[in-house]
Design a protein around this ligand. Structure first.
Ligand code: MG
Length: 165
């Protein structure tokens, strides 16, 4: 439930060519995946975003209405489209359905890339997507600095339980 299909350190490490061979669309979480807690990202990630967008249909799906310097979605220009869904936030399936509709893609041809075991990985698995977890980009500000380690702990417990049975 909380286990991703693949794990990478960052979006810059994604195997773009092999993903593009197998999938047609990618949905990205925004915070701590594409940008750090200040709303910025490094040149390596920007380069990766462009390579991915060149090969596949891309969408940002975020629960957060937080703006950075007045911009609701920094780096949005590097992706095809975006969805801000704060009414039925991830892991609810509504945002994933909206994103798939905007991408004109089916779940089985789509990858979800995120840092959160609950909102991104559980939500993506539940929506029938292939899920990729990346390590958090930057540091979590309070209160996320409390809740996120709990999410990751829950994910490890689930993994241990699965190994036992
Ligand atoms: Mg995130």
């Amino acid at each position: 439930m909380l286990q991703p299909d693949q794990v990478y350190t960052s979006v810059a490490e994604l195997p773009v060519e092999s993903l593009a061979d197998e999938y047609n669309a990618v949905i990205f979480d925004r915070d701590h995946v594409l940008i750090d807690e200040t709303g910025t990202c490094d040149p390596q990630r920007r380069e990766a975003y462009d390579a991915i967008n060149d090969r596949m249909e891309t969408c940002i799906l975020t629960n957060e209405t937080l703006r950075y310097d007045g911009d609701p979605v920094p780096i949005a220009d590097r992706f095809d489209t975006y969805v801000i869904d704060d009414t039925e936030p991830k892991p609810d399936s509504e945002g994933f359905e909206k994103a798939l509709a905007m991408l004109d893609a089916e779940p089985e041809e789509t990858v979800m890339v995120g840092d959160s075991p609950i909102t991104d990985i559980y939500g993506g698995n539940n929506a029938g997507l292939t899920t990729i977890q990346v390590e958090p980009y930057g540091t979590y500000p309070f209160p996320l600095s409390v809740s996120k380690p709990l999410e990751h702990g829950l994910q490890r417990v689930e993994s241990l339980v699965q190994d036992l049975f």
